[in-house]
Design a protein around this ligand. Structure first.
Ligand code: NAD
Length: 256
């Protein structure tokens, strides 16, 4: 019996929004589990992205920092071309880049809506499409998008964010169906609140923090490192029959 590997040894991963937060943890975590990693982030974040790439290299894996704005198709094409030129192919895409605007629905402007949807949904689609073309040529690949528990439940003051993440959850199903014949699996991970710069925007408010913690049965928010296992599993050969799914890493929030 050959047991499928529960790691990503010698695969090439591309992680967007990897200069900090969850993306940084995922880049280093994928390297820990054996992958070479392209660290993609906004052009203004390249100094931090280079630090992450150096951390990946310190683990004995190849790495390159690549500029991208996931709202810009030309830059997405540039990211894909640079990754393939530097690392040879793309076996794993992690769509992690994301932003949020926390406002009551009655106050959300058109600019707020576009800012969130352009990165969190349109960006996920076009990064997947452009990398999907490379994976189709390769005859294999695994895409993991970082959605959110807010893709399957509603939460106050998150109209655009919840809509975008719900879009990612269902886009994941569509791409899984369309690309299964090409050997490409497409899944998502839905974290609860995670302690990052993005999370701290809201977690620093004591009243909000109390409310959040009362809804998480495990009694705490997640650390960025706690998202790695779900992503590595979904990207790995161990998940070779898993596609179209969203794996929630939510401390039990949605079990209630
Ligand atoms: N932090 C949380 O509580 C939480 C919970 C659930 C899901 N998520 C999701 O996890 C992902 C990462 O969140 P985080 O908390 O690490 O955020 P973060 O703000 O710490 O990091 C986000 C990264 O994305 C990059 N980015 C933003 N816009 C970009 C663009 N247009 N093109 C390329 N890169 C861009 C930023 O430069 C940054 O490095 C997001 O998709 C977020 O929605 C976060």
């Amino acid at each position: 019996m050959e047991i499928p590997a529960l790691d990503v040894r010698d695969q090439v991963a591309l992680v967007t929004g990897a200069a900090r937060g969850i993306g940084r943890s995922l880049a280093v975590g994928l390297a820990h589990y054996g992958a070479d990693v392209a660290v993609a982030d906004l052009p203004g974040s390249m100094a931090e992205a280079e630090e992450v790439a150096a951390e990946v290299r310190s683990l004995g894996r190849r790495s390159v920092a690549v500029p991208v704005d996931v709202r810009d198709l030309g830059r997405i094409d540039g990211m894909v071309a640079q990754t393939v030129a530097a690392l040879g192919r793309i076996d794993i895409l992690v769509n992690n880049a994301g932003v949020q605007v926390a406002k009551p629905a009655l106050e959300v402007t058109e600019a707020d809506w576009d800012a969130v949807l352009d990165v969190d949904l349109k960006g996920v689609f076009f990064c997947s499409q452009r990398v999907g073309r490379v994976m189709k040529e390769q005859g294999r690949g695994s895409i993991v998008s970082i959605a959110s528990q807010n893709g399957v439940i509603g939460y106050y003051n998150r109209a655009a964010y919840c809509s975008a993440k719900a879009g990612v959850v269902n886009l994941t199903r569509v791409l899984a169906l369309e690309w299964a014949p090409y050997g490409i699996r497409v899944n998502a991970v839905g974290p609860t609140f995670v302690r990052t710069a993005l999370g701290e925007q809201t977690l620093s408010n004591p009243e909000f923090r109390r409310d959040i913690l009362s809804r998480i049965p495990l009694g705490r928010v997640a650390e960025p490192e706690e998202i790695i296992g779900a992503v590595v599993f979904l990207a790995s050969p161990a998940a070779s029959m898993v596609t179209g799914q969203t794996l929630l890493v939510d401390g039990g929030w949605t079990a209630q």
